[in-house]
Design a binder for this molecule. Structure first.
Ligand code: PGA
Length: 267
């Protein structure tokens, strides 16, 4: 059997930054500076900027995908301020689910995140499911256990083949590394990526080896190489640095080296 080549993915999580009037230009600038063969690029702006970013990218660089930062677990109803999967139709093709800031600020549980995952899959959105431990968990030696529980909780009850067909991506984001300037070690992130694939296998995923796993947490152009040097890591979910075109150019440029190396390894 041919070895499977997982894609190299760099996803930008703009969080609660940019406005409809400046997001389009930032997306265009980043797109223009990250045209690197073999790298899947995704920009996830705030909901209110999705349309302007989509329009900018369709006109300028349709290779860059647009993602939402969340999706509601119901399709419609009395949920003030929320956004459902059908509302994203035509605006986004990817969606971040279970980000630790949403777990923290919106009380999202693994069960709720699992329901969001189901809505994303039903709505034809490609999910980036975020998992990651708190510092206290890592210090207590519980990091693997916590991530395994998050995965089990979110994937429980889902048909693995169906979620796999939606081309699930998992982002391992240790909470203590997000926005702190303190990134994980590449080797620790790689060990977690391997543990995540092993967990997927235990949850009934026949092709866990094909699921892309990203690292997230204070990724910059200066440290991305440490993560992409690990064969089990397939890219990054980038927060703060994703608002800076210079940083994104460096990150995607380094990702292109990994993408080219993977291609030549199988050809
Ligand atoms: P950061 O955020 O790169 O600013 O640490 C990453 C994320 O939260 O996805």
């Amino acid at each position: 059997m041919m070895p499977t080549m997982r894609p190299v993915v760099i996803a930008a999580n703009w969080k609660m930054n940019t406005t409809p009037s400046d997001a389009a230009e930032l997306a265009r600038t980043i797109a223009g500076r990250t045209r690197v063969a073999g790298v899947t690029r995704v920009i996830c702006p705030p909901f209110v900027c999705l349309a302007s970013v989509r329009d900018a990218l369709v006109a300028d660089d349709p290779q860059v995908a647009v993602g939402a930062q969340d999706v509601h677990h119901e399709l419609a109803g009395a949920y003030t301020g929320d956004t459902s999967a059908p509302m994203l139709d035509g605006l986004a093709t990817w969606v971040i689910i279970g980000h630790s800031e949403r777990r923290r600020d919106h009380g999202e549980t693994d069960e709720r995140i699992g329901r969001k995952l189901g809505r994303a899959v039903d709505g034809g959105l490609r999910p980036i499911l975020c998992v990651g431990e708190q510092l206290a968990d890592r210090d207590a030696g519980r990091a693997f256990e916590v991530v395994e529980r998050q995965l089990g909780g979110a994937l429980d009850g889902h048909d693995a083949a169906r979620v796999a067909a939606a081309r699930l991506v998992i982002a391992y984001e240790p909470v203590w590394a997000i926005g702190t300037g303190r990134n994980a070690l590449g080797s620790d992130a790689a060990a977690m990526a391997e543990a995540i694939r092993a967990t997927l296998g235990r949850l009934g995923w026949e092709r866990a080896g094909e699921v892309p796993i990203l690292y997230g947490g204070s990724v910059t152009a200066a440290n991305i190489g440490e993560f992409l040097a690990e064969p089990s890591i397939d890219g990054a979910l980038v927060g703060g640095a994703s608002l800076k075109p210079d940083e994104m150019a460096g990150i995607v440029g380094r990702a292109g080296i990994t993408a080219a190396a993977r291609l030549s390894a199988i050809s």
